[in-house]
Design a protein. Structure first.
Length: 754
């Protein structure tokens, strides 16, 4: 039953259909048309079907032909071949293996099939044109059927349960922390365990009810007179993500150096040139490799954010300081956001030039949240964007290497006017895309495409083209650490390739992180795609905690750097195909129903399993798909049955489950001191629990291009290794059960008899 204030009209039949080029258009009235009289005083939905990419079908539902003021997500159209059929009984469009079909002049139904098998459908009364006659607001709704045991994932960075079934989700970016249903990164895209995904091509608020309002359907609705969405067929989840990123934007590969350890000043701590150099030199004294140093907000004067100028009282010679940091082999990141405080000298300049968001009466839109008299850079104005980029280029020319692009969620929708006339409701989430694109492209122009990287908090569909993103303001406790991982895995199943988080938690409360939490989060952080120590009011250097924290940090920084030949190759291949580096178990083992609900562990690339520890007892509870898994930390072998196995085990503070997949190759360089180096020189080749037959691994260069290959072949007790492009002092290790055999590579080859 509908609530009294709502009128809901739904297509009751597909009355007719026509083919125009590669487009199928159907007309669906709100009741069955049985006579000419039924054609009067009757509303209808016009449905348009297209295919921008093979195995992707777009559906546009329109009630009234109302004007769209934008912005709209960029959709890449590859113009694939389609097959459109229309006769007296049926209309259909087929793209690749995916087909949508609608029977004519009978009860409404819209089925999506792949290779003849139903994957989802919009049944009668699933679609709805909804009018609230109290508020006079209209909505469009769709409901797509869910199968028994079907699981839904994605919808951006969500900190609740990893599987979205039973949840109601509004895609509305908010400055929220990591412990609620709100999120910084909302993406109107979900992926199903049945091998398809759905992207709702609406930048404004979209309300999803995932098996909640109707427990057998995924419902999505938005305000207005039209609704556009795409059904994306896989059939594997990796293929779904591949096609989704082809549709909405490729994942760009960050530079190799960005995968090393980042150290931050933290937020409200005191810092100056002396403090910064003390911490950088302290990392060297403790033999902890460092790749990036980050200056948080107070590199600028308080009350003037973002004035995009150094606080000369604390940093009298910023160019000289940047040179000192660079001379130590370390890159520099500085914090910024897209807001301009009234006290900043930039405010008047931007106001006079019309570069800030305005109210309807022409005044600058301001409030006192964050900084007194904040204005907002209007990135719909090309001149404002160029002005902002020029300010950033001055910093880049000075020696800054990248920017932490904070905020971008608190974008006003009431009494606000954008330069290009965009609808404020549609701009609210879309703003972060414009903001991060502007910053990313400024870096790209000065440093080159292969050096471009940001450290962003907010995101929406398409933001995957401007990496990297981090999880936002988490608390310094184990629950928040676990919530952070769930949010990250959800985010990475939403079309993104790279993700980070604040090691140790950001919000300290009255106390700093406990040493055990700091160490466990360090392990998790350095086994993430990007790794940054950052906090609110406590410096995050390991010697502030205990001696074991120093040893723990060194061990896992060294481990990550040693793994870079493997990790950067996995990152490059994953980005190219539209897949993340950190992978939910579901993405790698979709055929195993035991992994469907698992949001507490992940694959680090395709060959390494990581299970962070979320308690102060060192107790791990993790799942292994069938096969022999080998710890790369101590060599222990876990022989899981074909049906899989749950493991409960205790780990000391210097360890956790980091397990190599059966029949895998890992390329490492244990002597690495930075993340960027020649991944083909002087490496160790580790072969784990090889099966009879052949297995191969590629190695990329610092630009993400394949430059070397390692091939291993096992025949009974004999293992042979052939390499191309690998040189120097190379050792091959064969991990067989609990033992290890090794030999040197000679002329690119090696043979080991077990």
């Amino acid at each position: 039953m509908n609530r009294d204030e709502y009128d809901v009209e739904s297509p009751m039949e597909t009355y007719d259909a026509k083919k125009v080029g590669k487009t199928l258009t159907t007309f669906a009235p709100f009741k069955r048309v049985l006579s000419r009289g039924d054609q009067l005083n009757l509303g209808a939905t016009t449905m348009t079907f297209t295919s921008p990419i093979e195995n992707v079908i777009g559906v546009k539902l329109e009630h009234f032909d109302s004007e769209d003021h934008g912005p709209k997500f960029k959709i890449n159209d590859q113009d694939p071949d389609v097959d459109i059929q229309v006769d007296d009984q049926m209309a259909s469009l087929t793209s690749g293996q995916l087909k949508v079909s609608l029977p004519l002049k009978t009860d409404f139904d819209m089925k999506f099939t792949a290779n003849g098998e139903l994957i989802t459908e919009s049944a009668q009364k699933a679609q709805g044109v909804i009018f609230n006659h109290d508020t006079k607001v209209s909505y469009m709704r769709e409901q797509l059927a869910m199968d028994i045991d079907e699981k839904i994932y994605g919808l951006g960075e969500r900190f609740g349960n990893f599987v979205k079934n039973g949840q109601s989700v509004d895609t509305w970016n908010q400055d929220c922390g990591t412990g609620s249903e709100q999120a910084y990164k909302n993406v109107p895209f979900y992926i199903s365990s049945r091998g398809y995904g759905v992207f709702v091509d609406e930048p404004q608020r979209v309300s999803f009810e995932v098996g909640s309002e109707n427990v057998d359907r995924v419902q999505f609705s938005t305000e207005g007179q039209s609704l556009q969405y795409y059904v994306i067929y896989g059939p594997t989840p990796k293929e779904v993500l591949h096609r989704y990123t082809e549709l909405t934007g490729a994942i760009n590969l960050p530079p190799a150096w960005s995968f090393g350890l980042w150290l931050s000043t933290s937020f409200t701590t005191d810092y100056s040139e002396a403090t910064v150099l003390k911490f950088i030199d302290g990392m060297k004294e403790h033999h902890i490799p460092l790749d990036v140093f980050h200056f948080d907000c107070f590199w600028q004067k308080g009350f003037e954010w973002c004035t995009l100028a150094w606080d000369k009282e604390m940093f009298p010679d910023p160019a000289g300081l940047l040179k000192k940091i660079h001379d130590r082999g370390i890159k520099v990141c500085v914090w910024l956001n897209p807001y301009v405080a009234q006290k900043s000298p930039l405010f008047k300049e931007a106001k006079d030039k019309g570069y800030l968001l305005k109210r309807e009466n022409g005044d600058v839109w301001q409030w006192d949240l964050w900084q007194a008299g904040n204005g907002f850079v209007d990135f719909t104005n090309p001149d404002a964007t160029k002005w902002y980029q020029d300010k950033l280029k001055e910093l880049l020319d000075m020696g800054v290497d990248c920017f932490k692009t904070d905020f971008g969620e608190r974008i006003p929708v009431d009494d606000v006017k954008f330069f290009d006339g965009s609808d404020p409701q549609q701009e609210h989430n879309y703003y972060t895309l414009q903001y991060n694109q502007a910053v990313y492209e400024a870096i790209e122009e000065v440093k080159g495409k292969e050096e471009a990287v940001v450290f962003a908090r907010s995101a929406t569909a398409g933001s995957q083209s401007y990496p990297v993103h981090w999880g936002g303001d988490c608390l310094s406790n184990y629950n928040s650490m676990r919530d952070t991982l769930r949010g990250g895995l959800s985010f990475l199943l939403s079309g993104f390739g790279f993700w980070s988080h604040d090691i140790g938690g950001f919000e300290d409360g009255d106390d700093r992180p406990t040493p055990d939490l700091y160490k466990r989060w360090t392990q998790f952080g350095l086994l993430s795609s990007h790794s940054r120590y950052h906090g609110s009011n406590v410096y995050r250097v390991p010697w502030n905690f205990d001696d074991e924290a120093v040893a723990n940090t060194k061990r896992f920084v060294d481990l990550k750097l040693s793994l870079m030949p493997y990790l950067y190759t996995q990152a490059a291949h994953g980005a190219h195909y539209g897949n993340p580096l950190m992978r939910p178990m579901f993405l790698e083992f979709g055929e195993d129903p035991n992994v469907y609900d698992n949001g507490n562990q992940y694959m680090f690339g395709s060959q390494l399993l990581v299970a962070p520890i979320f308690n102060d007892r060192g107790q791990a509870h993790f799942y292994l798909p069938g096969g022999k898994w080998t710890s790369i930390l101590d060599g222990k072998v876990y022989d899981a049955p074909a049906t899989g196995q749950w493991i409960d085990e205790h780990f000391d503070e210097l360890s956790l489950p980091v397990l190599a997949r059966p029949n895998s190759i890992l390329i490492q360089n244990p002597k690495a001191v930075h993340a960027a180096y020649d991944y083909t020189q002087n490496v160790d080749i580790h072969l784990y629990q090889l099966q009879d037959g052949e297995v191969a691994a590629k190695i990329v260069d610092g630009h993400g291009n394949d430059v070397a290959t390692v091939t291993a072949h096992r025949n009974g007790n004999q293992v042979t290794v052939d390499t191309q492009g690998v040189s120097g002092d190379v050792t091959v290790y064969v991990h067989e059960n609990d033992g290890i055999a090794s030999t040197k590579l000679t002329n690119g080859q090696a043979t080991i008899t077990l």
